[in-house]
Design a protein around this ligand. Structure first.
Ligand code: CA
Length: 226
């Protein structure tokens, strides 16, 4: 799960991203409006946290920018003051949630998870694909009813495949989703290959059908069609 944090208070920015990384998210940071809007324009995120009071602009305008992209990205607005007006405006233009500083990081994590559940998995606690079932909260995976053990990267890869079933996923989009934009792509394609083959092997060895197709020269497709 990839999160963009847009916050100009360096210390807060640091503590949020350190915490979320520990919780297994891929985090990217932006410390002003300019940087935030550039990242929103170029990359896809699962969730964005946007501070309203940025030195060079209003975080609410970032929410509006995101909505013009017709993106499925979740948004949480962070505000320094408990302003009902900001809150209503934010929710009106399409933010999913609103947090007032100071907030508890575990509270933030719970809000992000609930948004991801709502947006990515249509409100379900688990996502499934035929005999494969995965729970993003407990990180548990089952083939039929049998639990199987995946690494965090294999788990994220599986969720990404199922959420994008029947679509071709390029190696670039997989790298970006699982490692963020700071990884040099050329090197990381070997990594992907290793993670994909391990995931495939574990699924098949535990009785799942091999749904993974290699799209030569492009990437992969997780599908039940030929
Ligand atoms: Ca601020």
């Amino acid at each position: 799960m990839k999160v963009l944090i847009i916050e100009d208070e360096k210390e807060l920015l640091n503590s949020i991203s350190t915490y979320l990384r520990m919780e297994g998210y891929v985090c990217e940071e932006a410390c002003d409006f300019q940087e935030g809007s550039e990242k929103i324009n170029v990359y896809e995120y699962d969730c964005i946290l946007a501070d309203i009071g940025l030195p060079d602009g209003n975080g609410l305008a970032l929410v509006e920018l995101l909505k013009t992209k017709l993106s499925n990205t979740g948004v949480i607005i962070i505000s320094a003051r408990n302003s009902l007006e900001d809150k209503i405006k934010g929710l009106d233009i399409g933010a999913d949630d609103y947090l007032t500083k100071p907030f508890n990081l575990s509270e933030l994590n719970a809000r992000i998870r609930s948004i991801l559940r709502r947006r990515k998995f249509e409100g379900k606690k688990e996502i499934d694909f035929h005999e494969i079932r995965a729970n993003p909260e407990t990180l548990k995976v089952f083939v039929d009813q049998k639990p199987i053990l995946l690494t965090k990267k294999e788990f994220d890869l599986l969720i990404f495949f199922i959420a994008n079933k029947n679509k071709v996923l390029t190696k670039e989009s997989i790298v970006e989703h699982l490692w963020g934009d700071y990884i040099d792509s050329a090197d990381s394609f070997d990594f992907i290959y290793a993670h994909v083959s391990n995931l495939r092997k574990k699924l098949v060895e535990n009785g799942a059908i091999d749904y993974l197709q290699t799209v030569y020269g492009v990437g992969y497709k997780f599908t039940d069609h030929d």
